[in-house]
Design a protein around this ligand. Structure first.
Ligand SMILES: Cc1ncc(COP(=O)(O)O)c(C=O)c1O
Length: 380
């Protein structure tokens, strides 16, 4: 069996070096397979990476398994239109206005490299918008105030962007890692006031968990030619390993520029096949989505009952909290892993955040209840 990154590194690195490699060389967390190997990873509950536990359904997974040998032996199509049509059918949008990427991260890299000279980014945030700029100094960081719960206030943000003569900004809604949700009417007002900007990126990777109906900007997007919506499918469709994300814009110039630089065959056959399953399983998808929304509400409430942690309100499928008993987030993460076989996101390596925040993604009511129990025992 192939050795894991940990096993390979252990041969040369001290434990401190190893921890630095895995946790601090990128702004992302190591996978459980990196940390403990593929087999042991199955015995640990992953609250760190964010993915819908109820979708794809068991029948879809069986279908994918059945088709795997053939899919692996086939080339993906070089024409993405069929996949765009499948996705457009469930989103209710024009397929020509979609670009599908190998994860939203591929598209964010492309956006940073081809469309942007300078960009405003509120922090703490998902790091790729900053890290994939040609020069990271061209990302102008708008530091959210910890005393105000890292709340993004759109008016203040836009005034700051105008003051600095920036032409491009990003808003992640709901925010990662905060979970802050901004309702659609506020976002629409903001878009009207930001019409003078060249590009407004709204990342809606978690919007499917913000309410029912989904309060996305997709239905109004065609009114704003400077708007580019980015969405990861890893989280709401529960398929981070397939690498799927997309962007939508009414601006064909922007779309064509991105398309020009997208590698041919960027989507693998398994991902393309999965997209073809979306229309026939759309009802199951929405059931799964609403079930998870219920679970997150429960998790948020239960976490509020634990002394010594401060819980942030969430519109996403995860909850952020601050540890108040003096235990650093790194220690709490390590203890949950060692003593309870649970993996949570220590947010200490997020730019603009202190060393006391943990983010947990809902893994369904039963596992979430075990997490609440474990945390309660550690916070006593
Ligand atoms: C806000 C946000 N956007 C985009 C992504 C990228 O997701 P992926 O590349 O898995 O589609 C993430 C992943 O955590 C995210 O948090």
């Amino acid at each position: 069996m192939k050795s894991t990154a940990v096993e390979q590194a252990v041969q040369t690195d001290s434990p401190a070096e190893l921890r630095r490699h895995l946790f601090y060389e990128t702004s992302h967390s190591p996978t459980l397979a990196d940390l403990v190997g593929y087999e042991k990873a199955k015995t640990i509950i992953d609250f760190c990476f964010i993915a819908n536990p109820y979708y794809p359904t068991a029948a879809m997974l069986e279908d994918l398994q059945r088709n795997l040998p053939n899919l692996i032996k086939s080339y993906p199509t070089s024409n993405p239109l069929m996949s765009q049509k499948s996705l457009a059918a469930v989103l209710g949008v024009d397929p020509e206005r979609l670009i599908i990427g190998n994860g939203a991260t591929e598209l964010i890299t492309l956006i940073d490299m081809t469309l942007i000279d300078r960009i405003a980014v509120p922090i703490p945030t998902f790091g790729e918008y900053i890290e994939k700029m040609k020069d990271q100094r061209d990302a102008e960081l708008y530091a959210l105030d910890p005393e105000r719960g890292y709340e993004l206030r759109l008016d203040d943000y836009l005034a700051w962007v105008h003051e600095r003569n920036l032409e491009c900004l990003v808003v992640i809604n709901p925010g990662n890692p905060t979970g802050q949700f901004i309702p659609r009417d506020e976002m629409t007002d903001f878009l009207h006031r930001a019409r003078d900007l060249e590009l407004v990126i709204v990342d809606e990777s978690f919007i499917d968990f913000a309410g029912d109906p989904i309060p996305s900007l997709l239905p109004v997007a065609d009114q704003f030619t400077n708007l580019l919506i980015v969405r990861s499918m890893s989280k709401h469709c529960g398929v981070p390993g397939l690498r799927l994300g997309y962007c939508y814009s009414a601006n064909l110039f922007v779309l064509n520029r991105l398309r020009r630089f997208l590698p041919t065959w960027n989507l693998n056959t398994l991902a393309q096949y999965f997209l073809s399953l979306l229309p026939p399983t759309n009802d199951e998808y929405h059931e799964a989505r609403k079930r998870l929304i219920g679970d997150v509400r429960w998790l948020e409430g239960a976490l509020r009952g634990i002394p010594s942690i401060d819980v942030y309100p969430t519109g996403a499928n995860f909850v952020l909290f601050k540890v108040r008993n003096g235990m650093p987030a790194t220690e709490l993460q390590a203890r949950l892993l060692a003593e309870h076989q649970m993996y949570v996101r220590d947010c200490s390596n997020k730019l603009g955040m202190d060393a006391l925040h943990i983010r947990v993604a809902s893994q369904g009511r039963e596992k979430d209840a075990r997490l609440v129990e474990a945390l309660s025992s550690l916070m006593r």
